[in-house]
Design a protein around this ligand. Structure first.
Ligand code: B12
Ligand code: SF4
Length: 446
């Protein structure tokens, strides 16, 4: 079978950038750069078939004067003539997934369209659209293979458990339970990075001249922050890969000197990270590592940070969220503000560049902005990022504030736009968030 996988483009909606003072604009991060790990994993499940994986994010970075999404899709479909087309969607990219499939159907209505990814996992029924034939929630690369095989053998898709089918009126779940599959262990698929060579030069972060790739060491998160989509995606469970499968993967990617761990939190099991970095040093694996690490972990366990720094850890992204304990409690962050200063000290002692990220609630007043500005400016962090506390559909925070949401345009659910009424005027609020970026003049490090 011929399968066309298309990565959705990023949403251009960014009110922080639009209303920010001119001086702040160059520092506001506009895009995250990196290959689509989910689709690379799906491609790895389809080794027995002919797969074309196309990264529109990479393409649009490579060619700023790119053709429209629909003409690009039309060309790909006309040239490759796939039997099946698949794409992936986080919330802000759902409409682009629909646009891709609409063009696929316009070009050849016989092609079966299959949607997967985070948003379909959290809210599968939300993905109903005339152009979507099949929705595959969860870590569903193996299930996608079952779909392709059913199509190949002309079996009914209703015989594939674990998917939703478009009846023309609604999405309906197929009967039966999908076989259980631990995508971090027995079901782990080494992502197929080969099809993405064309865009390798676009996968560069933080001014580093070498390409980076994503590798996950774990899936899910044991914490339960109210605004976060990651733990609901895995129903609160946490799955750790094995040390040796990671060593094998790191040794297999010589083209990528920079490795960004795509974990929610890279250091949860201290023993695991300790052994992993022993093995990295033992094998002489030389990479620059970028990771997400919680402030409380660094504050409480400086020894593991020291060890990882020796093994190549150079950049850490740390969700500070807020410097006020009452806000951190409300978010269920499970880490007091005092951990932030201690974590910064530990990272600085080990020459690790930190990016501390704050989330800004819609009810911030001018005094709140001033207080945050003072705090942030007094912190010796190399970079800081400031995004908007957004009620992502499927999160606890969404259910807490859903009646206050004023903007339901999913393209704006990328942390750069307020979708609720703000205490300051709409424009002033975004301008103030934008001006925060002047404090620590950051670049894209993630
Ligand atoms: C890697 C990553 C990226 C990469 C690649 C994503 C891509 N498609 O291009 C890049 C760097 C481009 C990216 C960008 C962004 N990201 Co991002 N990203 C991640 C990250 C760190 C890991 C995701 C991952 O790879 N997981 C592992 C893979 C294996 O799992 P998966 O993607 O879910 O894929 C599996 C299944 O979902 C399924 N599947 C996926 N796709 C498909 C397709 C088909 C057809 C099928 C059958 C199955 C299937 O099978 C896969 C394999 O098992 C997560 C955080 C996290 N730790 O989870 C955030 C995350 C997904 N990102 C997020 C966001 C918001 C963004 C940005 C909007 C951030 C921003 N403000 O800039 C941008 C979007 C674009 C932009 N502005 O540049 C949010 C999404 C929240 C939400 N509810 O929408 C997350 C959860 C982070 C967070 N803190 O909340 N991101
Ligand atoms: S915000 Fe971070 S620590 Fe909190 S649940 Fe999400 S991934 Fe886990």
């Amino acid at each position: 079978m011929k399968i066309l996988l298309i990565n959705t483009p990023r949403s251009p909606e960014n009110r922080i950038l639009e209303f920010a003072p001119d001086a702040a604009r160059p520092f506001i991060h506009r895009r995250l750069i990196g290959p689509p790990l989910g689709l690379m994993t799906v491609a790895a499940a389809l080794k027995d078939h002919e797969v074309l994986l196309f990264d529109t994010k990479g393409e649009f970075d490579l060619k700023p004067d790119h053709p429209s999404l629909s003409s690009l899709v039309h060309r790909l479909v006309s040239e490759f003539r796939p039997d099946v087309a698949g794409t992936t969607a986080i919330t802000s990219e759902l409409y682009f997934a629909w646009e891709i499939f609409q063009e696929v159907k316009n070009t050849d209505p016989r092609i079966v369209t299959v949607l997967g990814g985070l948003h379909p996992t959290l809210l599968p029924y939300d993905c109903f659209h005339p152009s979507v034939d099949v929705v595959c929630p969860g870590q569903s690369a193996h299930i996608f293979r079952n779909v392709v095989e059913a199509l190949e053998h002309k079996a009914s898709l209703a015989s594939v458990p674990g998917i939703l089918l478009n009846t023309g009126k609604e999405l309906k779940r197929t009967a039966g339970k999908p076989p259980s599959c631990d995508a971090a262990n027995a079901g782990y698929l080494m992502p197929d990075r080969e099809p993405l060579k064309r865009w390798i030069d676009t996968y560069k972060v933080g001014g580093n001249p070498f390409p980076s790739t994503y590798v996950f060491t774990s899936l899910g998160c044991p914490y339960k922050c109210t605004f976060c989509s990651i733990w609901p995606q895995f129903k609160g469970k946490y799955y750790q890969r094995t040390v040796e499968s990671l060593i094998a993967e790191l040794q297999s990617i010589p083209d990528y000197p920079v490795v960004r761990f795509a974990d929610a939190n890279s250091v949860v099991d201290l023993g695991f990270m300790n052994t992993l970095f022993d093995r990295i040093l033992e094998e002489g694996i030389s990479k620059t590592f970028v990771m997400d690490i919680r402030a409380d972990v660094a504050a409480k366990h400086p020894g593991i940070i020291r060890k990882m720094a020796k093994g190549g850890l150079k950049i850490v992204i740390c969700g500070f969220e807020s410097y006020r304990d009452e806000e951190l409690k409300k978010y269920r962050k499970d880490s007091p503000a005092s951990d932030i200063a201690e974590a910064i000290r530990v990272f600085n002692d080990n020459d690790i560049m930190i990016r501390g990220n704050y989330v800004i609630p819609n009810d911030y007043s001018e005094d709140d902005f001033k207080a945050l500005e003072e705090y942030s400016a007094s912190n010796p962090v190399v970079y800081a990022g400031y995004t908007i506390l957004t009620p992502m559909p499927g999160t606890v925070f969404y259910s807490q504030v859903k009646h206050q949401i004023t903007d339901h345009d999913y393209r704006k659910y990328n942390f750069f736009n307020s979708v609720m009424k703000t205490r300051l005027s709409y424009e002033k609020f975004h301008e103030r968030v934008g001006s925060l970026w002047l404090i620590k003049k950051g670049v894209d490090v993630i």
